[in-house]
Design a protein around this ligand. Structure first.
Ligand code: GAL
Length: 873
């Protein structure tokens, strides 16, 4: 009897071993979740983080010492709560797909904090999902990979507590193996507890990034367990080092054979063509329940370097064999390039000086909220690249993994940032409450996750942390840099500092590159202070404007509260600590050692509607006492009224991605080869006939002649390439403004701006007319309210109504107005200064023609058709 039992056990073991598929399976787990607010009645505080902490911290420790399982206290916290039980009936809960951000559903509330978008992001929420494992999964290692859940997530599987991760921007892995049943239905329950007063911007909420189920052999590459870096680059070959961490989760030691082949990467991140290099096969013994590290390498002949203009990428395919059978296949996308920050010439890519033309970006996707969507993220990057940006700073947190892969493929460099607060918080419940316990795991996680990506050029260990001027801060900076170097010795660390005094403290010696937020006027002083130090401009400008708004008289205003909480697009307004783009360009040219800049910000984002945010802590950023007093007074006055603003004015483009005038300032300077001339303002000022109405022009040329109704207003020449040209004495008369730009004496570009007639039609333009039927593909549709000649009417606010037929749905609408409380999900919205945006999403699995209908009273209804096609990927 006993022998038979052992025989059956052995058979199951060998059967399962031979059933294993050769490659790691990574299954998207986004569909069909159940969702509910709050804990069940009667649940006491057992689920509070302070109680769960002893069970959660081993997750951090497991991660730090990859592969080592740290002891958890005995017990099953929360096991008694109904929602975690596998047989709990959740059929009345709301059904939804991930990624999901509950707060973007609103409603906006004027009494909520503007800094976090006046949206309800805090609270407790539950997500449940069942998933099947096949009998063939017996003996496999089963992981749950969560790219981001906001925040304080705790996970149960089949009623057993598994672990979790509190930092909402972290990607993390949990081992489900001990809790799952092969051949059966399994149940996941995830609880989020998003604290209030936790952020200076809109943090979002929910399981807002992708979720994956990973099935591997128990002998496999550890999570993010590969590291590929160049050792020597010459024109005809590159010598690469490769480190591999292998895990053996079986109860016996194994002899494994490991081999890696290198391929060029296709546009989906997968290998293309025949292999271009190989690491020699290596034999290795991995002890039971242990991790081992292998050093290897390969030579790529005639390597294609990763360049901004031609971002060549490779992929390493690692195969592990045990007993002559392949048990694991693992892909590592990487690129080959050399980076260097110098103390005199700034940043070098592949030995060539490349000024950083960077933009800071918060993680939200405008009307879609924090819910990650790759198509929307790619659009944001495309708009920034089209403007001439070559770098993104993920302010102030780790990004979604797909964003980094997109930057690899699109040729955008990245500064990845860890966090906005260390030990000393900026908000009661921001990262300061986690810092002591989690900083090492979170810092290492960011670096380990992204260290193979060619787009990443540096790690930022923090942004304007209040500890930058404390002794503890020095120690923290030293530790974070050490963790970062330990995970990745090839990239420098930086810290974005906004306290001038930080430069006189030892903290500057704890990072490789000192990041200066603002203080553009002090670059020479910093250079003098330490001529061989490496610096970079981690944050610049903070100019503010609302698309299509122009105020008169045209003056430079720090806080301009006229015109319904909008800001003038004459582009004269910055925050006290910032400067206009051209002032920064001037400093970048004069002090190339600063490497370029990261502008605050590329896109408008939800929250932080400075100056209309009543946020007194921002006053700390003013260094000039006169400005400080003025801002204080202004904010106090504003405090007496309720402020409707719920998204930022900092963006170079608005929340929809529509360019503000500033966009053309950057484009003309960053893409000097692009023939461009841009006139502002619009020319619809019936109330200003005969009044001085200044005209400003951005151009990539060097000279411009301006005409009003055919009459020259004079030809102006730039003194510097960054100058804007201004005609401050133009008197308004309706008609046509025309600008002719010249470069080196030759005609270079031309633009007309005409006074338009009344709204007469709708111009509906999908950015993309064919969608894949993935259920996640999007088309952004721009609607212009136009006159009978087809010119966009600049100041019009017609109410538009949207409906669709066919295999698409309307996910969101927007118009770029930072004060609008119309829910983003609404199918009705006013145009804002002539424009509106509808975001359409394909329905999963359905194909055919879809039609978007746009109606507006008094205007002909407009229908536009799109095609939804089968996904071939
Ligand atoms: C910076 C800060 C950013 C943002 C910006 C607004 O000091 O790092 O997060 O708040 O100010 O100007």
């Amino acid at each position: 009897m006993r022998k038979a039992f052992i025989f059956i056990l052995l058979s199951i073991y060998f059967l399962s071993w031979s059933n294993e598929v050769a490659s790691q399976e990574r299954i998207n787990l986004n569909r069909d979740w159940r969702y509910q607010e709050n804990d069940p009645d009667g649940t006491d505080s057992t689920l509070h983080y302070s109680r769960l902490k002893p069970y959660l911290l081993p997750c951090a420790n497991d991660f730090i010492k990859s592969g080592q399982k740290h002891i958890r206290p005995a017990g099953n916290p929360g096991g008694e709560v109904a929602y975690v039980k596998p047989d709990f009936d959740d059929s009345s809960w709301r059904q939804l797909n991930l990624p999901h951000d509950w707060a973007i559903e609103g409603p906006f509330n004027i009494d909520y904090v503007g800094a976090t978008g006046k949206l309800p992001y805090w609270g407790i929420r539950w997500y449940r999902k069942s998933f099947e494992l096949s009998p063939k999964d017996t003996g496999k290692q089963i992981y749950l990979d969560i790219d981001g859940a906001m925040s304080f997530s705790s996970v149960w599987c089949n009623g057993q507590f598994v672990g979790g991760w509190p930092y909402g921007y972290a990607s993390y892995r949990l081992d489900l193996t001990p809790y799952v049943k092969a051949g059966k239905k399994n149940m996941l329950a995830i609880r989020l507890d998003n604290p209030d007063d936790a952020s200076r911007w809109y943090p979002g909420s929910g399981i807002y990034r992708n979720v994956w189920l990973v099935k591997t052999s128990p002998v496999h590459v550890a999570q993010w367990g590969t590291f590929i870096r160049n050792k020597e680059i010459s024109t005809d070959k590159v010598v690469m080092d490769m480190t591999l961490q292998l895990e053996n989760n079986t109860g016996k030691s194994v002899q494994a054979s490991v081999k890696t082949d290198i391929y060029e990467q296709d546009e989906t991140g997968n290998p293309k063509g025949t292999k271009v290099a190989s690491c020699p096969a290596m034999k290795v013994k991995i002890e039971q329940q242990a991790t081992t590290e292998l050093q290897s390498g390969f030579v790529v002949p005639n390597p294609k370097l990763w360049e901004i203009e031609s971002p060549a990428c490779y992929v390493a395919v690692t195969r592990i064999e045990v007993d002559g059978r392949e048990v694991e296949r693992y892909q590592t996308p990487f690129g080959i390039r050399e980076i260097e920050f110098t103390h005199d010439q700034g940043f070098m890519l592949n030995g060539r000086k490349v000024p950083i033309k960077g933009v800071c970006m918060h993680h939200d996707l405008g009307a879609l909220g924090a819910a990650f969507n790759e198509v929307a993220a790619e659009r944001q990057l495309r708009i920034m690249k089209e403007m001439g940006a070559n770098a993104i700073r993920t302010s102030h947190n780790p990004p979604a993994p797909e964003l980094v892969a997109l930057c690899d493929r699109m040729g955008l460099m990245m500064q990845l940032e860890f966090v906005d607060s260390w030990h000393k918080g900026k908000r009661k419940n921001d990262y300061n409450i986690l810092f002591d316990d989690w900083n090492e795991a979170d810092m290492r996680s960011l670096v380990r996750h992204y260290r193979n990506h060619p787009s990443v050029i540096m790690w930022s260990i923090g942004n304007e942390v209040h500890d930058q001027v404390t002794d503890l801060g020095i120690e923290i900076a030293r530790n974070l840099t050490a963790y970062s170097h330990d995970e990745d010795p090839t990239r420098p660390t930086s810290l974005g500092c906004n306290k001038r005094d930080a430069i006189y403290r030892d903290i500057v010696n704890q990072v490789d590159i000192f990041g200066l937020n603002y203080y553009h006027k002090t670059y020479p002083l910093f250079k003098e202070q330490n001529p061989t130090r490496r610096y970079h401009a981690s944050e610049t400008s903070s100019a503010t404007s609302s698309r299509g708004e122009y105020f008169f008289p045209v003056t430079k205003n720090v806080n301009d509260s006229r015109s319904g909480f909008q800001l003038s697009s004459y582009d004269m307004t910055t925050i006290g600590w910032g400067c206009m783009p051209e002032e920064q360009f001037k400093m970048n040219e004069a002090y190339p050692f600063m490497s370029g800049e990261f502008v605050w910000t590329g896109f408008d984002y939800l929250g932080e509607p400075t100056p209309y945010n009543k946020d007194l802590t921002n006053l700390l950023n003013f260094s000039d006492p006169v400005e400080l007093e003025a801002a204080k007074k202004e904010l106090e006055e504003l405090g007496k009224i309720k402020t409707p603003s719920r998204s930022s004015y900092f963006g170079i483009v608005d929340l929809c991605g529509f360019p503000k005038d500033r966009y053309y300032n950057y484009q003309s300077y960053w893409r000097k080869e692009l023939p461009l001339v841009h006139i502002l303002p619009h020319w619809n000022w019936p109330e200003r006939v005969g009044e001085v109405t200044p005209v400003h022009i951005y151009t990539s040329g060097d000279e411009v002649e301006l005409f009003l109704n055919g009459k020259s207003q004079g030809r102006r020449k730039k003194e510097h390439s960054y100058d804007r040209l201004t005609w401050d004495d133009v008197r308004y008369e309706p008609g046509e403004l025309k600008a002719i730009a010249y470069k080196e004496g030759k005609q270079w570009a031309e633009q007309q701006v005409k006074t338009t007639g009344q709204p007469a039609a709708l111009s509906v333009n999908p950015e993309k007319k064919t969608l894949r039927n993935t259920g996640t593909d999007l088309s952004f549709v721009r609607i212009d309210v136009v006159d009978k000649e087809g010119l966009t009417v600049p100041r019009t606010k017609n109410l538009l109504k949207f409906s669709v037929s066919g295999p698409v749905e309307i996910v969101a609408t927007d118009n770029g107005d930072a004060t609008s409380f119309v829910p983003f999900q609404s199918h009705e919205r006013e145009a804002y200064n002539g424009l509106c945006l509808v975001i359409l999403r394909s329905l999963s699995g359905k194909t055919g023609e879809a039609v978007l209908t746009v109606e507006s009273e008094g205007l002909p209804t407009k229908k536009v058709s799109l095609q939804v096609v089968a996904d071939v990927k």
